[in-house]
Write a protein that binds this ligand. Structure first.
Ligand code: CA
Length: 236
């Protein structure tokens, strides 16, 4: 029996052809599937059914998918995979504090959708979180993997899930240069040919949120690394 059978997926999509297509592939992979066709319905089902993961279309008849994502997030840590028809939504989805775990641009390959759903669920599993009860520091920056908390000095910084994972991966390999493909594989669990923009967008957001405390250095033509510990006396 595959582990997928323990997981239920909520598909939020108003377009019947896409919803049934996605549902078919997920069922075939062993998942239990429910469908919501409006944003309000999605928020209700997310609360009532506690799905393992939500596949959420950005364009819905009543609410914007981003608002749905935010409202679900107020009450739940359920992983979310966003679907978008527009390339320019990507910064919004993964960059802002929306908290989506991943996205796919329409039209997408359903096999890839299933692979990403599995990858997100694997990474969201409690066993993995327990393993990560560790703590890293860099200058004024502290990250607590167990609590998933990032602070600069006394201030807590809110990071999207993948921003957190990317920062952790870089800090955990301090001094080593990781290329974009390696980061995609380690943080997102797969590589998708040529789409390294995801990594760059997340790095840009991390720099914006962390300001001077950002330890990330661009290594031109290669990737990113974490700088050596800054030799600055800490004001007390
Ligand atoms: Ca739609």
């Amino acid at each position: 029996m595959s582990r997928a059978q323990n997981h239920s997926i909520l598909i939020v999509e108003d377009e019947p052809s896409i919803a049934s297509f996605v549902a078919m592939y997920l069922k075939r992979a062993g998942f239990a599937v429910r469908v919501a066709v409006t944003g309000e319905d999605a928020i209700e089902q997310a609360a009532a059914e506690a799905p393992s993961l939500i596949v959420l279309d950005l364009m819905l008849p009543d609410l914007d998918g981003i608002d749905v994502c935010r409202r679900v997030r107020q009450r739940s840590d359920v992983p979310m995979l966003m679907l978008t028809a527009r390339d320019d939504d990507i910064d919004k989805i993964i960059g802002l504090e929306v908290g989506a775990d991943d996205y796919l641009t329409k039209p997408f390959n359903p096999g890839e959708l299933v692979a990403r759903v599995k990858s997100i669920l694997r990474r969201a599993s409690p066993e993995r979180r327990e393993l990560e009860s560790a703590y890293l520091e860099h200058g004024d920056l502290s990250i607590d993997a167990g609590r998933r908390e990032v602070t600069v000095g006394d201030e807590e910084i809110q990071l999207a899930p993948k921003e957190f994972d990317l920062l952790w991966e870089l800090l955990d390999h301090q001094g080593l240069v990781l290329n974009r493909d390696q980061l995609l594989e380690r943080v997102w669990g797969y590589t998708f040919a040529g789409d390294t923009r995801t990594v760059d967008v997340h790095v840009r957001q991390l720099r914006r949120k962390l300001g001077n405390a950002s330890p990330i250095v661009t290594v031109w033509g290669v990737g990113y690394k974490v700088s050596a510990e800054p030799k600055v006396a800490r004001a007390s």
